[in-house]
Design a protein around this ligand. Structure first.
Ligand code: IMO
Ligand code: MG
Length: 425
């Protein structure tokens, strides 16, 4: 059985879209398993440049079945918009696109609640109950909250009966509108507007609902090649990341299996994606974060602005203790290292190799914000354009890669945004 998992090893935005696009060329089934449109997977290929939020990055392989699995939370109007946008490209097809009936729906009140908490936490400094998380404001946390709560959740399968859907929509709308008004003094869009929006999106997605569990089990039995596409990253995982500055659904390799019902014995490769440096959007610990001036420089060279929110990403050096932690949590079998070309444009590059004040080996995740990294320095390796193999890379770049290889072997090194600008090691 040939299951490959691609997931992020840091705080998201590692370049997962690019690696999935590459690996999807030979996949029979591609599955997005968690997160929602908080994700932004950037892809540049022969079809153009895209930022995908909900649609799996395997959509550019016309022969592959692309699935949104049950662990994903779907904002229907966004999914519809994304599909319509992709369909403007005559070569993209949704003929083999499937949506799990058990995926949950992000509703307008989830977005209002996300915004309500974040706004309150940011403004009411004296009396605030909590610090702002810096979420994407897409309603992700509140949707998973309702999923766990069960009483007021909506799933894709609830769309099937229009009558039952509308009846429940009206009831839950009334209850949520009342709560939001009392709690945050905000008003939802009118029920008529919500109704119209959801009825339109419902019609649009109904044909894609399918028993995805059956498709997955059949593909496993037939020894097909299955690719699992992670969203966010290991350090944003609610259990293994930097809680509470995390997202609300599993981001790890085992999380992918839990959600898709694929047994661990079926997994052949676990590709962990990381940039040659690290970025983070939103609040939270970041031991190797750069000083203001360098931060701005790397952000501009690497175009480190969120694909989903446009927010500037905080930039830092690669952190080997955290990388080692993420590789261990996921059972990563190979690393895909992206943006090696971007990092090399700095005159001097640092690599966090240990924490001066930490226990050696695994980082103490309870004290991450106190950690002071120790660095090893490298001279910038400059332009990597035209390199085809590891041997074509400058010495200093190869030395940098060797330090990472000591943690886990490297499968791909990306030296540009396009499909062809990737070295297979
Ligand atoms: P991809 O798939 C980077 C971050 C947010 C915030 C925290 C919680 O493109 O790598 P949420 O909206 O999920 O409740 O926000 O998680 N975050 C991401 N950061 N890339 C992502 O996705 C992210 N998805 C969520 O910035 O800090
Ligand atoms: Mg992103």
């Amino acid at each position: 059985m040939a299951v490959t998992i691609v997931n992020g090893l840091s705080w998201g935005d590692e370049g997962k879209g690019k690696i999935v696009d590459l690996e999807a060329k030979s996949a029979d089934v591609v599955i997005r398993f968690s997160g929602g449109n908080n994700a932004g997977h950037s892809i540049k290929n022969e079809y153009g440049e895209f930022a995908l939020h909900l649609v799996p990055a395997g959509i550019f392989n016309p022969d592959a079945i692309n699935i949104i699995e049950r662990g994903v939370v779907i904002h229907l109007p966004s999914l519809m918009g994304e599909m319509q946008e992709l369909l403007r490209n005559p070569d993209v097809s949704f003929q083999k696109f499937k949506i799990s009936p058990f995926a949950h729906l992000v509703m307008p009140w989830h977005i209002a609640e996300d915004q309500g908490y974040e706004k309150e936490a940011a403004q009411n400094i004296a009396g605030r109950a909590t610090e702002a998380i810096g979420t994407t404001l897409k309603g992700i946390g509140p949707c998973y909250k309702d999923k766990a709560g069960r009483w007021e959740a909506f799933r894709v399968c609830d769309l099937v009966s229009k009558k039952a859907f509308l009846a429940r929509l009206e009831k839950v709308y009334a209850s949520k509108a009342k709560w939001l008004r009392a709690r945050f003094q905000v008003e939802l869009p009118s029920f008529d507007a919500v109704r119209t929006q959801f009825l339109g999106a419902r019609e649009y997605v109904l044909p894609y609902i399918a028993d995805t569990s059956h498709i997955i089990q059949e593909a496993l039995a037939a020894d097909k090649s299955i690719l699992l596409e992670g969203a966010q990253g290991t350090l944003l995982d609610p259990d293994h990341g930097t809680y509470p500055n995390v997202t609300s659904s599993p981001t790890t390799a085992l999380g992918a299996l839990m959600i898709t019902g694929i047994p661990s014995s079926a997994v052949r490769r676990v590709i962990g994606v990381t940039k040659a440096y690290v970025t983070r959007v939103g609040a939270g610990a970041f031991p190797t974060e750069l000083s203001h001036e360098l931060d701005e420089k790397l952000r501009n060279i690497g175009k480190e602005f969120g694909a989903t929110t446009g927010r500037p990403r905080r930039c830092g050096w690669l952190d080997l203790p955290l990388l080692q932690y993420a590789v261990a949590i996921n059972g990563t079998t190979e690393i895909a290292l992206t943006k090696m070309d971007v990092l090399g444009q700095l005159p001097k590059v640092q690599l966090g190799t240990s924490y001066e004040n930490g226990v050696s080996g695994a980082p103490d995740m309870t004290r991450l914000s106190e950690m002071k990294p120790a660095y090893e320095e490298f001279a910038g390796w400059g332009n990597l354009a035209g390199a085809r193999t590891r041997a074509d890379l400058p010495d200093e770049a190869r030395r940098y890669l060797e330090r990472i290889t000591a943690i886990c072997s490297i499968g791909h090194v990306s030296i540009g945004a396009g499909r062809t600008e990737t070295l297979t090691m």
